[in-house]
Design a protein around this ligand. Structure first.
Ligand SMILES: *Cc1c(COP(=O)(O)O)cnc(C)c1O
Length: 368
């Protein structure tokens, strides 16, 4: 039996007619940039999240950069993010001219260690960027308390946490703005690059929209220089179809994770994903901590099971960040975890038989 890491084709086949119609109608309408599909997407996504504004952009990296740039973050400022993430979280901080400050992660939840966070705040700190990695929301209660106390912005990187919640509030609606990626493999994925920003702040929304569209809300009336970061019509049309199913797909992921829990939890030498009780984890990734990780990964591959490592190197340990000379204490847990984490296949369409095969193969590896 083959178990791919993700199966975008399986999902496409369940909604093929609707997707094909959406794509063809976009081409017939020549609504390639802007137009009704993009407007409809922004409106629907904002409604689903219960926020005032959704600004669609080209990807989930631009969304982070645009938010920070429009908050006035730049040279001389510091922004704190987590040592365990995809590089977009940190590289966009540098793009603004600000300095990246890495905070270590909690050993069990793979998100920012709030106990270390406050000690990293200086008079130059302007913002905190929590990353809700795997779909597990950070301790937003503590983060918002610290942000309020020190007058900092909180920008939530929700690229892996569509429809996740902290104390029944959706991730992305707690800080000043939420940043989303619709990269094909994300929980809500387009068929190419796509992303968006959500916020309840009218002024920030207006600035972000303007900046992402060459500094002009009305064609040729450039109030400032901006960038070109737009969601295209085809991607919006595809996302509009998927929005009808996303809440069901999210529940299917959660159900799959529960099933994995039951078939994996008694295997010694592995740790299943831990959850804080306040979080609704939406399982973009089902990330294990395991012993003899590389050997296990090879064994799973021999048995037709694809896995992945998110991510093999803690951000501060990358060559790109050698110049920062981040103190070891600010990433030692992230670095230790990077040697033992393993993400196993999870997606709404995964079957119990596939999950049984994954669990059975892991069990076999450790009992041999
Ligand atoms: C995927 C991802 C991004 C970036 O999204 P793109 O749309 O690929 O630019 C940012 N942050 C995290 C944590 C991600 O996983």
């Amino acid at each position: 039996m083959k178990v791919p890491f993700v199966d975008l084709k399986a999902q496409y086949l369940t909604i093929k007619d609707e997707i094909d119609n959406a794509v063809m109608s976009t081409i017939h309408d020549t609504a390639f940039i802007g137009g009704k599909h993009v407007d409809e997407f922004e409106k629907s996504f904002a409604e689903l999240y219960g926020v005032k504004h959704c600004i669609s952009v080209a990807n989930g990296t631009d969304s982070l950069y645009i938010i920070m740039k429009m908050l006035g973050i730049g040279p001389g400022d510091e922004v704190i993010t987590v040592a365990h993430s995809w590089i977009s979280s940190s590289e966009t901080i540098s793009q603004t001219g600000a300095k990246v400050v890495f905070c270590d992660e909690d050993p069990n939840y793979f998100v920012m260690d709030v106990k270390q966070l406050e000690g990293l705040i200086t008079s130059n700190t302007k913002a905190i960027m929590p990353v809700h990695l795997c779909g597990h929301v950070c301790d937003m209660t503590r983060i918002m308390e610290m942000a309020t106390k020190h007058g900092l912005f909180v920008i939530e990187d929700c690229a892996q946490s569509h429809f996740s919640e902290w104390k029944e509030q959706r991730a992305g609606t707690i800080g000043i703005a939420g940043s989303f990626s619709f990269y094909p493999g994300k929980n809500l994925g387009a068929y190419g690059d796509a992303g968006c920003i959500i916020t309840n702040d009218d002024e920030l929304a207006l600035k972000c929209r303007m900046y992402a569209r060459h500094g002009a809300l009305i064609k040729h009336q450039h109030k400032m220089e901006g960038i070109n970061s737009r969601l295209d019509g085809l991607q919006a049309a595809i996302l509009n179809v998927k929005l009808k199913y996303i809440l069901d797909w999210t529940e299917s992921r959660i159900a799959a994770a529960k099933y994995y829990d039951t078939v994996l939890s008694d295997i010694p030498k592995i740790q299943i994903p831990q959850r804080m009780p306040e979080t609704k984890h939406t399982f973009h990734l089902y990330m294990l901590k395991v012993e003899r990780r590389d050997e296990l990964q090879a064994f799973l591959k021999e048995n037709g099971i694809e896995t992945a490592i998110h991510y093999p190197t803690a951000l501060p340990a990358l060559e790109a960040y050698a110049y920062l000379k981040t103190p070891r204490d600010q990433y030692k847990i992230a670095e230790a975890n990077s040697a033992s984490i393993l993400s196993i296949p999870i997606y709404p369409e995964i079957s119990k038989e596939m999950m049984d095969h994954v669990a059975g193969t892991i069990r076999k590896f450790y009992t041999n």
